[in-house]
Write a protein that binds this ligand. Structure first.
Ligand code: GDP
Ligand code: GDP
Length: 437
C-alpha cells in the first residue's frame, strides 16, 4: 500500500508550494469540510517508481488565546493520524517561533515518523540559522526550497526510506483472474449499503478475512463463477462472523483502495447529481488508469424529471469518462444489481485484453486506409506497425515515421477503431507513438 505523507506547519511556510512540487495529479482531491477556509488536500506523489500519497493541511493557525485555532488543529490532527510520515515544515527566513515549538511538542506525542523540513533555504543550506531548529527535537533539519525545487529529493528519500515498494506495474501486468474491486464515492452515496447488500446475499460466499496489512481489510468472494476481492474503502469491519461496512469516509483509504484495485466502481447519488467531489474522485480514478464502472445509486427515489437532469449532469461533468458504462441501481431495494456484476466483469476483461502485434498492425493499417493522417509540412506521418505496451489500462504502441504530426483528433480516431474491434468497455486506453527517423 502506498505510504502517506502529511505536511504540517503554520500558514505561509510553504506547505502548498511543497505539496505542488510533490504531487503529480492535476486535480488533488479536496476533502470538503464545511466551514473551513482551507481544507485538506490529497494528491499522488512519485519518487522514481515509488508512489506515495501526500496530504497538505491548512495548518495550525495562530490564535490569541490558545495559539491554535481549534478546527485547523483538528484537521491537522486527523491528517497526522492518517499519515505514516509527517513532514513538519518551518520557514528559515522567519526563524524559530513559539508556534513552531507548540506544534513540535504536539508532534512529538503523535508517535509517527517525523521529518523536519526547513523551507525557503535557497542559498542558505549551510546557514548557521539551520542549527536553531535542532531545538525542536525532531531530528536533523532538512534544508529545502519548495519554490526552487532544492533538497526535495533527499527529503523524500529520507521520508520513504523505511517503506518497501513493489515493482511498478507488478500486479497490473499479471492478471490472476481476480477482480480487485474498490467501491469509491463520497459520503452517503450508499457504499456501505451496497457492500452490506452484496455480502448479505446468500449466493455470495465471503471467505475468511486474509492477512491484513496496515489496517487494510479486504473480502474475497465469488459471484457467477468470477472471483472478487473487495478492497476496503468504506471502512469495512468484521463483526463476529460477518463483515459489515461501517459509514466512515476516508480520502486516504479511497486513494489507497483505488491504487490497489484493478476495477473501480464509482457510485453517484441519484438524488444529488454529480457534485464537485464526485468529479474530483472521477478525475483521480481516471489518472490512476484503472477500469471504471459507474453506478447511479438510489435510482428508486428519483422521478423521471430528475432522471433526465441526472443524465445531463453525467454527460457534462463526467464527459471525460465516456468509456465507463453506467448502471442505475438501488442498493437499498436491491434493484439493478445483476447487470452490474456483468459490467464489472466486462471492464476487467477489457482492461486485461490481449492484443497481438499482427492484429494491432492490421487494425492500424486499415484505419490509415480508411482515413490518412494529414501532411505536416513536407511529411505525412507514416504508421508502420503496432504492439501492446501494457495492460490495465491497455497501452498500444504505434511505430512509424514523422508521428509528431499525428493530431489528438487522429489519435482518438485510432483509439475508437481499436476499442471497437476489441469491444473495450469500462477501461481507459493509451496510444503511444514512437517515431524512428
Ligand atoms: P502554506 O500556507 O504553508 O501552504 O504556504 P504557501 O505554499 O502558500 O507559501 C507561502 C509563501 O511562501 C508564498 O508566497 C510562496 O511563494 C513562498 N514560498 C514557498 N516556498 C518558498 C521557498 O522555497 N522559497 C521562498 N523564498 N519562498 C517560498
Ligand atoms: P456511504 O456513506 O457511502 O457508505 O452511504 P450509506 O450506505 O451509509 O448510505 C447513506 C444513506 O443513503 C443511508 O441512509 C442509506 O439508507 C441511503 N441509501 C443507500 N442506498 C440507497 C438506495 O439505493 N436508495 C435509497 N433511497 N437510499 C439509499
Amino acid at each position: 500500500m502506498k505510504p502517506v505523507i502529511a505536511l504540517v506547519g503554520r500558514p505561509n511556510v510553504g506547505k502548498s508550494t511543497l505539496f505542488n512540487r510533490m504531487t503529480k495529479t492535476r486535480d488533488a482531491i479536496v476533502a470538503d469540510f464545511a466551514g473551513l477556509t482551507r481544507d485538506r488536500h490529497y494528491g499522488d506523489g512519485r519518487l522514481g517508481d515509488r508512489d506515495f500519497i501526500v496530504i497538505d493541511t491548512g495548518g495550525f493557525e495562530p490564535d490569541s488565546s490558545t495559539g491554535i485555532v481549534r478546527e485547523m488543529a483538528k484537521q491537522t490532527k486527523q491528517a497526522v493520524a492518517e499519515a505514516d510520515v509527517v513532514i513538519f515544515v518551518v520557514d528559515i527566513r522567519l526563524g524559530l517561533s513559539a508556534q513552531d515549538s507548540d506544534i513540535a511538542r504536539y508532534l512529538r506525542t503523535a508517535n509517527k515518523r517525523m521529518l523536519l523540513a526547513v523551507n525557503k533555504a535557497e542559498g542558505m543550506s549551510e546557514s548557521p540559522l539551520l542549527g536553531e531548529f535542532h531545538e525542536l527535537g525532531l531530528g536533523e533539519p532538512h534544508p529545502i526550497s519548495a519554490a526552487h525545487g532544492q533538497g526535495i529529493r533527499s527529503l523524500l528519500e529520507a521520508a520513504l526510506e523505511p517503506f518497501e515498494f513493489e515493482e511498478d506495474g507488478e500486479t497490473d501486468e499479471h492478471p490472476d483472474g481476480v477482480i480487485r474491486l474498490a467501491v469509491a464515492g463520497r459520503p452517503n452515496v450508499g457504499k456501505s449499503t451496497l457492500i452490506n447488500t452484496w455480502l448479505g446475499e446468500e449466493r455470495l460466499v465471503a471467505f475468511d478475512m486474509p492477512g491484513t496489512t496496515r489496517d487494510a481489510i479486504s473480502v474475497d468472494f465469488e459471484r457467477n463463477g468470477q472471483q472478487f476481492k473487495l478492497i476496503d474503502t468504506a471502512g469495512l469491519r468484521r463483526k463476529g462472523k460477518v463483515f459489515e461496512a461501517i459509514e466512515k469516509f476516508s480520502v486516504v483509504k479511497t486513494l489507497q483502495a483505488i491504487a490497489d484495485a484493478n476495477v473501480v466502481l464509482l457510485l453517484i447519488d441519484a438524488t444529488q447529481g454529480v457534485s464537485d467531489q464526485d468529479a474530483h474522485i472521477a478525475g483521480y480514478v481516471l489518472d490512476s488508469g484503472r477500469a471504471v464502472v459507474i453506478a447511479v445509486n438510489k435510482w428508486d427515489s428519483v422521478d423521471s424529471y430528475q432522471r433526465e437532469q441526472l443524465k445531463r449532469s453525467i454527460e457534462t461533468r463526467l464527459g471525460f469518462m465516456k468509456f465507463a458504462p453506467i448502471f442505475n441501481i438501488s442498493a437499498l431495494k436491491r434493484q439493478g444489481l445483476g447487470p452490474l456484476w456483468g459490467g464489472l466483469a466486462d471492464a476487467y476483461s477489457s482492461a486485461y485484453k490481449k492484443m497481438t502485434t499482427p492484429v494491432l498492425t492490421r487494425l492500424v493499417q486499415e484505419a490509415v486506409q480508411h482515413q490518412t493522417p494529414k501532411k505536416v509540412g513536407h511529411f505525412r506521418p507514416k504508421l508502420r506497425y503496432a504492439h501492446q505496451g501494457g495492460m490495465n489500462p491497455p497501452i498500444v504502441v504505434i511505430h512509424g515515421n514523422s508521428l509528431e504530426g499525428i493530431t489528438d483528433v487522429y489519435k482518438r480516431y485510432l483509439e475508437g477503431r481499436i476499442r471497437e474491434h476489441y469491444k473495450l468497455v469500462g477501461t481507459p486506453m493509451k496510444i503511444e507513438l514512437r517515431s524512428s527517423k
